[in-house]
Write a protein that binds this ligand. Structure first.
Ligand code: NAD
Ligand code: TYD
Length: 350
């Protein structure tokens, strides 16, 4: 039986990955380490929490001693590291949390892996899950390739870039078997409603203003979260040590086109007149340092490891909207309490 530690498994992408691994690999012991910040929610994992091959440990990756004691006890064969502060707007208002969790936290995991594996690291793997935002911002043309130079421009992307560098440095200097993937924007169920798609679904449902930053001309490349989880599974098992894999949907949308599409779908689902939800669009002050365009070239992953996205975007978006409409209680639970204060600071005072 292999033991795999997944960090950040109670978050958006982490919960999809935990679910995939617990169900697909009954022979693995999956240990989910998560601090349960505002973004971590054990309700995301209700359907697997009693599985015999699953275990949850509440821990902060910034606490080096606690992390080492867990690694020492469980002697993992693999680590898949997703725990992070992940929202760009929060990194603008509070960069330090990002520096501690994303940089120091990653270093603590690398040190713990190095200590327990020593020179017997053959067959082990440290997988670091990263973002395309480390590459900076594109103009109208071109794509991020694995060879694109890093040019992070927000505290979030700078902290992720820094953690990527640490993982590569530990691979190079200490022969720590490691692999990195950089993925584009994800969408799907269980995403915290601070990110564009769930935030806007919730606001449309509640007839609240839709705060579009700047002119809404920024472009993102959207990938269904379950396709990201499948890519991580493939790379974890078949990727080459020391390599990087870009993951993306070849699915670019300007924010405003995407928002209009969401409004049209929701008009239909909520029985509103066509054009009704669009009236909620409100252009607000732009995000500081707002990256114009992200677009991923994932041909390496497609050619070498035969991964392809499974869902067309329109179909995925419909499914996603249905999920949020059907899971009102999940949404209401996380939008009570602290969320209200966050929303006020981020939007009402803008
Ligand atoms: P998320 O914010 O939904 O979840 C992050 C999880 O990490 C939460 O469960 C949180 O409790 C946990 N966490 C935060 N700080 C911690 C700490 N100090 N110790 C232990 N756990 C801690 O994030 P997500 O969107 O699921 O992203 C997961 C990973 O994927 C991140 O590393 C992110 O950089 C990367 N990524 C995200 C996207 C995206 O579109 N969401 C795209 C590419 C890459
Ligand atoms: P987000 O979901 O925060 O992801 P990221 O910034 O990591 O790409 O935002 C996606 C895009 O939507 C980004 O260009 C910023 C924009 N946006 C808004 O216009 N309004 C909002 O309220 C939010 C949260 C994002």
């Amino acid at each position: 039986m292999k033991t795999i530690i997944i960090t950040g498994g109670a978050g958006f992408i982490g919960s999809h990955l935990v679910r995939l691994f617990v169900n697909k690999y009954p022979e693995y012991h999956i240990v989910n380490i998560d601090k349960l910040t505002y973004a971590g929610n054990l309700a995301n994992l209700k359907d697997v929490e009693d599985a015999p091959n699953y275990e949850f440990i509440k821990a902060d990756i910034v606490d080096a001693e606690h992390i080492f004691s867990i690694f020492n006890k469980y002697q993992p064969d693999g680590i898949i590291h997703l725990a992070a502060e992940s929202h760009v707007d929060r990194s603008i208002s509070n960069p330090n949390e990002f520096i501690f969790t994303n940089i120091v936290g990653t270093a603590n995991l690398l040190n713990a892996a190095r200590k327990i594996w020593g020179d017997k690291s053959e067959g082990k793997r440290f997988y670091h899950v990263s973002t395309d935002e480390v590459y900076g911002s594109l103009g109208k043309n071109g794509f991020f390739k694995e060879s694109t130079a890093y040019d992070p421009r927000s505290p979030y992307s700078a902290s992720k870039a820094s953690s990527d560098h640490l993982v590569r440095a530990y691979g190079h200097t200490f022969n720590l078997p490691s692999v990195i993937s950089n993925c584009s924007n994800n969408y799907g169920s269980y995403q915290f409603p601070e990110k564009l798609i769930p935030l806007f679904i919730n606001n449309i449902r509640n007839n609240k203003a839709l705060p579009v930053y700047g002119k809404g001309e920024n472009i993102r490349d959207w990938l269904w979260v379950e396709d990201h989880a499948r890519a991580i599974d493939i790379i974890f098992h078949q990727g080459k040590n020391g390599d990087t894999y870009n993951i993306g949907g070849h699915n670019e949308w300007t924010n405003i086109d995407l928002i209009r599409l969401m409004c049209r779908i929701m008009d239909r689902k909520l029985g509103r007149k066509t054009g009704e939800s669009e009236k909620l669009i409100s252009y607000v002050k732009d995000r500081a340092g707002h990256d114009l365009r992200y677009a991923i070239d994932s041909s390496k992953l497609q050619k070498e490891l035969h991964w392809t996205p499974s869902l067309q975007f329109e179909e995925g978006l419909e499914k996603t909207i249905d999920w949020y409409l059907e899971n009102e209680e999940w949404m209401n639970n996380i939008t009570s309490g602290d969320y209200k204060k966050y929303y006020e600071d981020q939007y009402t005072k803008r």
